[in-house]
Design a protein around this ligand. Structure first.
Ligand SMILES: Cc1cc2nc3c(=O)[nH]c(=O)nc-3n(C[C@H](O)[C@H](O)[C@H](O)COP(=O)(O)OP(=O)(O)OC[C@H]3O[C@@H](n4cnc5c(N)ncnc54)[C@H](O)[C@@H]3O)c2cc1C
Length: 385
């Protein structure tokens, strides 16, 4: 069976849903989303929902500046409360090198209009009295930041896209691309072919693999990332309004999730892999690091954990781009652990690129796929893997 669409979007995570929604808003014609599993079945559902302005490169700050407004007015636009808790982001500073970088980052963020402060250790203690601060030089704090519910947000955006006429087919895995010479003209699933004027790869950590199906190279690699959550923990010790706290030096993070505390742990040395098996050997270090930073957590009980996939690019920055050498093929992927927060603007830029030929809301050129071949990529150091 052959169907036709003006645009086919492959993947229904935050990137695919947001692209489809903005395509519909911009009147891009018949838009079909093909998802191998169900809406929001990939990394988006497993994310911590963090939304922050604190980046070392201008691009990351600007992407958040454009996206955060969507999360702030989400209920108005999508009819669903995204549970956006704007309790701020606190990135701890432990070493002189980190302090020098924090000074630079704060100056850049402020120059771009972000409300952010460099706190000394005493001010960190005042903000979060439950933290151990005697081994800190301080922290950077951005009060407008916080975290929302990624599953609620992604499914609400997809639902709104559907309301606007987008067709979403779940359990439709794209297994092949139709190419005529340099032009991509459709995709194939077990149900048949969908011919399309444009095809968008929005398959998160799987985008490198999906790219090879289309005969193109998309430098996105999967990287396992763990989260653990504690059982109910008293709010008089660690308040509900606690910021999302990142300790880059220790590779750990902490924030409230309902009654419990959500703990993150990074592993610098881990190579690319599609495994989402929980590595139980992380339970001890995650607890040790959390108790070191917030000693009251010695009384907490670890309840469960999960692992999901970051979608890493070589410069830890996303791609929103035409695919060179494959006409009518586009990619929106590789946000390297920042895709939930940047999904709203990224989808908008992707839709603008398709319908207007360029990013209009902001300059999309720094997200171009060709930057890697041109040697123009700049690593975003504030990426917590
Ligand atoms: C533990 C963890 C914590 C995170 N925390 C944060 C955070 O605090 N803030 C933040 O901004 N980001 C965070 N992230 C990153 C964020 O989850 C991702 O950047 C974002 O979800 C990527 O969205 P996506 O739509 O590109 O990918 P996904 O959500 O993975 O969606 C891709 C979709 O493509 C589908 N697909 C794959 N192959 C095919 C195919 N052949 N045919 C059809 N469909 C296909 C998949 O089934 C999937 O549904 C976190 C990630 C993890 C794992």
């Amino acid at each position: 069976m052959t169907e036709t669409a003006d645009v086919v979007v492959v993947g229904a995570g935050i990137m695919g849903a947001s692209t489809a929604y903005h395509l519909a808003r911009l009147g891009a014609g018949r838009v079909t989303v093909l998802e191998r599993d169900t809406v929001c079945a990939g990394s988006t559902a497993l994310a911590s929902g963090g939304i922050r302005h604190q980046y070392a490169n201008r691009l990351g700050v600007e992407l958040t500046t454009h996206s955060i407004v969507t999360y702030e007015r989400f209920a108005e636009e999508f009819g669903v409360d995204p549970n956006f808790r704007q309790h701020g982001y606190l990135i701890l500073v432990t070493t002189e090198d980190e302090l020098a970088m924090a000074r630079k980052n704060v100056a850049l963020q402020r120059s771009l209009g972000v409300k952010v402060e460099l706190l000394d250790a005493a001010a960190v203690k005042k903000l979060c009295p439950y933290l151990r601060t005697d081994d800190l030089l301080g922290g950077t704090y951005s009060p407008r930041d916080g975290y929302a519910d990624p599953y609620l947000c992604c499914t609400a955006i997809a639902a709104r896209a559907r309301d606007l006429g987008v067709t979403i087919r779940q359990q439709h895995e794209v297994v092949r691309f139709v190419r005529h010479g340099d032009r991509v003209s459709g995709v194939v699933t077990a149900a048949g072919t969908v011919e399309a004027g444009a095809v968008v790869i929005a398959t998160g950590a799987w985008s490198g693999v999906v790219g090879t199906l289309a005969g193109v190279e998309i430098p996105v690699a999967p990287r396992r990332r763990h989260k653990f959550i504690t059982a109910s923990f008293p709010a008089d010790t660690i308040p509900m309004a606690t910021p999302f706290i990142i300790a880059p030096h220790a590779g750990s993070s902490l924030r409230r999730e309902g009654d419990g505390i959500l703990l993150g742990i990074g592993r610098q040395g881990e190579g690319p892999s599609f495994s989402t098996e929980i590595d139980r050997s992380l339970e001890t270090p995650v607890v040790e690091r959390a108790v070191h930073r917030a000693p009251a957590l010695a009384d907490a009980r670890l309840m469960r954990g999960w692992a999901g996939l970051y979608e890493m690019t070589p410069d830890q920055t996303g791609i929103v781009s035409r695919v060179p050498g494959a006409e009518a093929l586009y990619v929106i992927a590789g946000f390297s652990g920042h895709g939930f927060m940047h999904g709203p603007i990224a989808g908008q830029l992707m839709a603008e690129l398709i319908t207007k030929g360029r990013g209009v809301t902001m300059d999309a050129r720094p997200l171009d796929l060709g930057r890697f071949a041109r040697g123009e990529a700049h690593v975003e150091p504030l990426t917590f893997v």
